[in-house]
Design a protein around this ligand. Structure first.
Ligand code: APR
Length: 316
């Protein structure tokens, strides 16, 4: 059977993710689903009509699903499922304000994934992502390596972009990293940031680095405040699509993702933003690297913050 990826939720995040995945031209099929009648089919038709112009062969299939799982047969045989279903934030909201409403949606989606695509690797992006990832694992009962979340690739890209703009260098000169939660306890990691191999701390004063760290932590809110309706999707979809690509190509790439942590950095039993090798089975291995004491303390603080919330989702 050919390579197949499903994107659940055909909103801004889901439709741009489907577009990027189709344009990679590495899947046979991209399935795009939503609960809104006609929307995924319309977007799929539109994307397919772009194929002769962009020059890709991947077929996009749009399917409307019902409250009782109608339509989910279409996801059968998916190698990867990206979950984008759920409400985005409005200005002034934190991602945590979406917890209850999105938990209901993600639970229902996850149960259908378990039923119709029991061998899929699941990438969760719905917010609050650390909690929704934990919930998707609970609701699917998939092995923990096969369910992980998108946050770190995006947060790292935001950090990288800010550093590149500040120093007026190409983005490709900058190596950066963010770990921790996708929220207030995000842990941008300046000790792992370099520009053309030089430590960031040699190029910028500590106050300026702290400013960039704070901006990274608020990166999503900054976009939401400008858009006023809805949240970011270009950079987020780029991140999710790259992760799905790493899975299907079994690349073994080390990416910052929301993964199950089991002893790394002295932290256990929680989904948290860490670096991990990604491949055909999802998370191959969490990668523990050298961090400063204050970065490790930040990571532990993030773990405790998300641990409490992740316990709550079991009852949502
Ligand atoms: N099954 C499938 N799709 C659903 C379901 C469901 N049970 N419930 C809602 N949806 C769909 C909506 O119909 C809508 O088309 O999810 C889509 C969400 O799209 P947008 O409102 O455009 O939101 P988007 O910007 O795509 O963000 C989606 O990603 O970054 C996060 O915080 C963001 O949680 C939000 C998610």
């Amino acid at each position: 059977m050919g390579k197949k990826v499903t994107v659940v939720g055909a909103g801004f995040y889901g439709s741009t993710t489907a577009q990027r995945l189709a344009e990679y031209d590495i899947f046979d099929t991209v399935v795009l689903t939503d609960i809104i009648d006609g929307k995924p089919a319309g977007l799929a038709l539109d994307l397919n009509q772009s194929r002769p112009i962009e020059g890709f062969e991947t077929k996009v299939v749009g399917v409307t699903t019902g409250v009782n799982g109608e339509g989910y047969e279409a996801i059968e045989g998916s190698d990867v499922v990206v979950v984008t279903a759920g409400l985005p934030r409005k200005p002034g909201m934190s991602r945590m304000d979406l917890l209850e409403v999105n938990a209901k949606i993600v639970r229902q989606v996850a149960e259908n994934i378990a039923k119709y695509a029991p061998n899929a690797v699941v990438i969760v992006v719905s917010n609050p992502v650390d909690e929704m990832t934990a919930l998707a694992q609970l609701a699917t009962q998939f092995p923990r390596n096969r369910v992980f979340g998108q946050a770190g690739v995006l947060d790292t890209a935001r950090f990288t972009n800010s550093i590149a703009e500040t120093l007026a260098v190409p983005v490709k000169s900058v190596k950066a990293l963010t770990l921790g939660s996708h929220g207030d306890t995000m842990v941008p990691v300046p000790s792992r940031c370099t520009v053309d191999g030089k430590p960031l701390s040699d190029l910028l004063p500590a106050e300026k680095i702290e400013e960039l760290v704070v901006r990274t932590r608020n990166g999503g809110a900054e976009v939401v405040a400008l858009l006023k309706t809805g949240s970011a999707y270009y950079a987020p979809s780029a991140a999710a699509a790259r992760m799905a690509k790493a899975v299907i190509e079994d690349s073994g790439a080390t990416l910052p993702v929301c993964a199950w942590v089991d002893g790394e950095y002295g932290i256990s039993g929680v989904y948290l933003g860490v670096e991990a090798q990604i491949g055909r089975e999802g998370v191959k291995q969490v990668v523990e690297d050298k961090l400063t004491d204050s970065e490790i303390a930040g990571l532990k603080e993030a773990a405790e913050a998300v641990r409490a919330k992740q316990a709550d989702v079991a009852n949502l």
